[in-house]
Design a protein around this ligand. Sequence first.
Ligand SMILES: [Zn+2]
Ligand SMILES: [Zn+2]
Length: 257
Amino acid sequence: MILTVLGSGTAIPVPDRFPAGYRLSADTTEMLVDCGPGVLRRFAQSGGDLRTLAAVLFTHYHTDHCADLAALLFALRSPHFAGRPPLRLCGAKGLQRLVDTLTSAWPWLAPRGYELQIDERLPGSFALGAFEITAVPIRHTAQSLGYHCRAEGAAVALSGDADTCDELVELARGVDLFVCDAATPDGQKLDGHLTPSLAAEHAARAGAQALLLTHFYPECQGHDLVAQAQPHFTGPVHLAADLQTWKWNVPGARETP
Ligand SMILES: [Zn+2]
Ligand SMILES: [Zn+2]
C-alpha cells in the first residue's frame, strides 16, 4: 500500500501546504481521501492519473476537504476521460445533496462519458477494490467519518478533522500509521480539532505503530509539534508534508520515511 500526503494544510492558504487530501494505492486500486482546493494538482504532481482514479472518500464536507470535487467533476467530462471506469464517491449523509447543489449551480458538472456512483455511508465496513475500509463516526461535524483502510497486509487510519473522542481510538486500533489532526500547537486548541499531545494520547490508547500529525494551521509555524506529541506516545511521531510518500509491502520500496 502506498500513501501520499497531497495536502497537509487547512482552509488558510499558505505557500507550502495545500488543504486536505491523501492518495492511497494498493494493487491497481487508486483512491483519494478528501479533496480540498488544489489537491487535484498535487495528485498530478504525485504521478496520479484521473483515468484510473476509482474513488474519493470524504471525511466531511467542510470546503478545505472537498472543494476540488467540483473541479474533478468538470475535468472528468473532458473527452480525454471518455469511457473511464465508474467514479465512486463515498461519504456520510449529505453527499448526494452536495453533488446535487453543485450540479444545480454549475450544470456543466453533470457526469458525461463516465458513470458517477454516489455512496452515502453509515459507519461500518465496505470493500473498495483492493481495500477493505471501515468508516467510523468522528467528533467534528454531525456527519464526520474517519477511515480505517487495509490492503496488502498494511493498515492506515485517517482521522479527518477530529476532536477528542473514543471513536478515534477504535479507528486507529493497531494501525501501521495513524494520520491524525493536530491543527494547532498545545495550549492553542481549537474547538473541533486536536493538538499534538491529544493526537498522541489517542494514538497511544489505540496501540498505533506510528503517528503522522497533519492539518496544520499557520499557528503551528515555529512550534516543535513532535516534541509536544512524543511524551504521550512510545512509537515514532512524524509531521506530514505535501507529497510525502509512505509505502508498505511494496516490492523494491523502502519503508518510509
Ligand atoms: Zn479541515
Ligand atoms: Zn472540518
